[in-house]
Design a protein around this ligand. Structure first.
Ligand code: GDP
Ligand code: IMO
Ligand code: MG
Length: 427
């Protein structure tokens, strides 16, 4: 059985955690391939709610091996506290595997993230402040620290020295901050080394062997398509590739192994942080979506910006990820509107545009062209099959499917595992 990718089709927070957890019971490995603890994935199991940041959502399924791939950036202090938090709640985390090639988010990367944002002022990205961008920058600049470096003190010291040489100049001379001492960083990082060691493995070899043995591997994306460093709304993006190709580079698995790419798609749209958002609402509808949908960040506690569904974005996600299916989430949140606007195209400088413009300037000028779909008032949270949905909810789903370019294979009608309508099986 080949590999599946599950990723965000919009700006993150689509419900990837719930979807991954749902499949977690039937797969052998769940692999994070990019991002770090900027993610906040909520999983609700019975009356228990878990907020996962760095760990793959498969960690809650006992038969599943959770993997942190080489493309992830790992903050060791966050990793250890997330693990101990789960252990205290009785979750067995001993199967976790972490790539020795994954990069470490060092304390200075977190500092640089925060001071850079402050320096940008009103041009800030609105990052999560977790050191994600600066850690990926160090990786690309070839001055990054990798998990394997924790096990060679001399190499670690040389690498931290090389990284801090430049950063301390910036911190002291540009940002007016105190320099960071090499010894202090090395000591802190070495303090994590032994605790993390049991999990460190050659994950590329393990995952490829697993695929050879017909095991099921699920790649769990963090963030979303529009936050992708290449394909997102640059510069208002994260610093990694949440899109499907990122699963290959971020885990060391070839594209020929991937048979299915599932886009998690919210029945409306949200975004956290700065950047363009054509269907954003500033009225009571936006407020209602935020309230009913519980749209508050799992990682930073910030209110999420809310707007109507945007089919232009969904079509774009289908294209850049080669999506085979959508998992439509939070349909229940739309219950109660008499009519629901759906953005079918943009108007840009007086012209109707059907596809996402590549030009950032054009996207900033995009105004949504809405089609009104009839709403429903019946409670849908108990629906178990498509035919249980009120007719107007069925037509809403069908209309979205038609506009978005891939079949909707599952529908979320509540946060719990069982609050899902499965239309086509994923496995
Ligand atoms: P992720 O980052 O993509 O994993 O999504 P988040 O966990 O940040 O945000 C999604 C939120 O919606 C969480 O609070 C989930 O528990 C919740 N959720 C997921 N699917 C559904 C659904 O179908 N209906 C409702 N009402 N809530 C959902
Ligand atoms: P999940 O996995 C929503 C956003 C931040 C900011 C931008 C860059 O829960 O969907 P970063 O700290 O990554 O450098 O911030 O990306 N962002 C997210 N928005 N969901 C996320 O993750 C996000 N991770 C980062 O708000 O705008
Ligand atoms: Mg989230």
């Amino acid at each position: 059985m080949p590999a599946l990718v599950l990723l965000g089709a919009q700006w993150g927070d689509e419900g990837k955690g719930k979807a991954t957890d749902l499949l977690g019971g039937s797969v052998d490995y769940v692999v994070r391939y990019q991002g770090g603890n900027n993610a906040g994935h909520t999983v609700v199991v019975g009356d228990q709610k878990y907020a996962l940041h760095l760990l793959p959502s498969g960690i809650l399924s006992p038969g599943c091996t959770p993997v942190i791939g080489n493309g992830v950036v790992v903050d060791p202090s966050v990793l250890l506290s997330e693990l101990s938090g789960l252990n205290e709640r009785g979750v067995d985390t001993s199967k976790l595997l972490i790539s020795g090639n994954a990069h470490i988010i060092t304390p200075y990367n977190v500092t640089v993230d925060k001071v850079t944002e402050r320096f940008l002022g009103k041009r800030k990205i609105g990052t999560t402040g977790r050191g994600i961008g600066p850690t990926y920058a160090d990786k690309i600049n070839r001055v990054g620290i990798r998990v394997q470096d924790l096990y060679d003190e001399s190499i670690l010291t040389q690498k931290v020295e090389a990284a801090l040489d430049v950063k301390n100049q910036l911190l002291t001379k540009l940002y007016n901050r105190r320099a960071i001492a090499v010894d202090q960083v090395v000591e802190e990082l070495l303090g994590y080394a032994e605790k993390i060691k049991p999990f460190v493995a050659d994950t590329v070899l393990i995952l490829n062997q697993a695929l050879e043995d017909d095991k099921v591997v699920l790649f769990e994306g963090g963030q979303g398509t529009l936050l992708d460093i290449d394909h997102g709304t640059y510069p208002f993006v994260t610093s990694s590739n949440p899109t499907a190709g990122g699963a290959c580079t971020g885990a060391g698995v070839g594209p020929t192994k991937i048979s299915r790419v599932i886009g998690i798609l919210k029945a409306y749209t949200t975004r956290v942080g700065s950047g363009p958002f054509p269907t954003e609402l500033f009225d009571e509808d936006g407020e209602a979506l935020r309230r009913i949908g519980g749209e508050r960040g799992v990682t930073t506690g910030r209110d999420r910006r809310c707007g109507w569904f945007d089919a232009v974005i969904a079509r774009y996600a289908t294209r850049v990820n080669g999506l085979t299916d959508f998992f439509l989430t939070k349909l229940d949140v739309l219950t109660g509107w008499e009519q629901i606007p759906v953005c079918v195209a943009y108007e840009i400088d007086g012209k109707r545009v059907e596809e996402l413009p590549y030009s950032q300037t054009d996207f900033h000028h995009a105004k949504p062209v809405y089609e009104m779909l009839p709403g429903w008032s019946e409670d849908i949270s108990k629906a178990k099959s498509f035919s249980d949905l009120p007719k107007n909810a069925q037509s809403y789903v069908k209309a979205l499917e038609e506009m978005s370019g891939a079949p909707i294979s599952a529908i979320g009608v509540g946060p719990g595992r069982d609050e899902t309508i499965e239309i086509n099986s994923f496995l």
